[in-house]
Design a protein around this ligand. Structure first.
Ligand code: DGL
Length: 359
């Protein structure tokens, strides 16, 4: 073969290899598209001095300020923000919940949204997260995040919480895990997590059950997954709802006479969660008010003020006889959310008891 043919062959081989390299080269992984929906809270708060960690004003900074305050976000996701509300979360309402949930479902239905972060006050963060866990219709990650110190304080926790929540919302590991709560490097299931300490950064815990995982550096590590129904397995649909049935919580204590139950019945509640003593116990003096409420169609769920453990059916009360629903191990504020959504489908205590076993 003459020299000219050799050179021609070498050029052809080079072209073929370069073409292969271009065609089969791993496309650089694109950054995930994460939407940040802000509702207020301490993570958007402002204090008078760098040591003010109580007595500051919550819900001051707009979502774009939160994003601009963490320039590192741009390295781990394509983020954009929306201000859904600007409230201290003790003022959270069913109306904000419905607006937020509809917006979350609308965004997650878009192919150009990979995950959502919701910034929120810590007081009712667990409630919003659990509500969304029961009504979001996607397996894409939804991460609710807050902070215990305002951004103006030394060692503020919000920036790193937001950064890691955004990593989590864009991660494959978080897909299908239900709505998550991420603060203080710890990843929690929205069903299990609760605020346990009034003023410390390690306040969010899942007593008895524990977290789902942790952040080690910038990497989320999961060690378990939720078993109860959530998100894509939910039977609850809020897409056409503009209001939720009224459900309130009654706290039981020594010498309680049921007067609060009477007042709530008068106010027209559709359900009452009874935060009973011990294993969800109801005082004898409460029964007249309870039976009067049930005559008006009010559904009663037995929960427990102790906050941990399972309220056993037919344990400290005859649930079969009185048509009570045993609230499993949901704390009273979570039981209220499940009962509210259950009442959008049925007021049959047996069917609602099924829901408390499944969700
Ligand atoms: N007012 C409380 C709230 O918005 C402050 C607590 C916080 O956000 O950490 O939930």
């Amino acid at each position: 073969m003459n020299r000219k043919t050799y050179c021609l062959l070498a050029i052809i081989c080079l072209l073929v290899f370069s073409l292969q390299a271009v065609c089969f080269a791993e496309a650089p992984a694109r950054l995930p598209n994460v939407k940040i929906l802000a509702t207020g809270g301490t993570i958007a708060g402002s204090g008078a001095t760098s040591t003010t960690t109580v007595g500051y004003t919550a819900a001051v900074a707009p979502v774009d300020a939160l994003i601009n305050n963490v320039p590192e976000l741009k390295k781990i996701a394509n983020v954009s923000g929306e201000q859904v509300a600007q409230i201290a979360s003790e003022n959270m309402t069913n109306e904000v919940w419905l607006t937020l949930a509809k917006r979350v479902n609308q965004l997650l239905a878009q192919d150009d949204v990979d995950g959502i972060v919701i910034t929120h006050g810590t007081d009712t963060l667990e409630e919003t997260a659990y509500f969304l866990n029961l009504v979001v219709k996607s397996n894409k990650p939804v991460v609710v995040v807050g902070s215990m110190r305002p951004p103006t304080a030394m060692s503020a926790d919000g920036m790193l919480n937001l950064y890691r929540a955004t990593i989590l919302a864009g991660s494959k590991e978080a897909v299908g895990k239900g709505v998550l709560v991420m603060l203080n490097d710890t990843i929690h299931a929205s069903r299990d997590v609760t605020k346990t300490i009034t003023d410390r950064v390690d306040t969010f815990r899942a007593p008895e059950i524990g977290p789902l995982g942790f952040f080690t550096g910038d990497k989320p590590e999961f060690y378990r997954a939720p078993l109860r129904k959530h998100t894509t397995d939910t039977e609850f649909d809020i897409s056409r709802l503009n209001a939720l049935p009224r459900v309130d919580i009654v706290y039981h204590y020594a010498n309680n006479t049921g007067v609060v139950i009477e007042a709530l019945t008068q106010a027209g509640v559709k359900g009452i969660v009874h935060a009973g003593t011990g294993n969800g116990s109801i005082g004898k003096a409460e029964y007249p008010a309870i039976e009067a409420a049930q005559k008006k169609g009010v559904v009663i769920v037995r929960s427990a003020r102790v906050g941990n453990g399972i309220v056993a059916r037919n344990g400290e009360a005859n649930d079969d006889k009185y048509n009570f629903v045993a609230g499993d191990n949901l704390n009273p504020q979570k039981a209220r959310i499940l009962l509210m959504l259950a009442l959008t489908k049925t007021n049959n205590p047996q069917d609602i008891q099924r829901m408390f076993r499944e969700y």
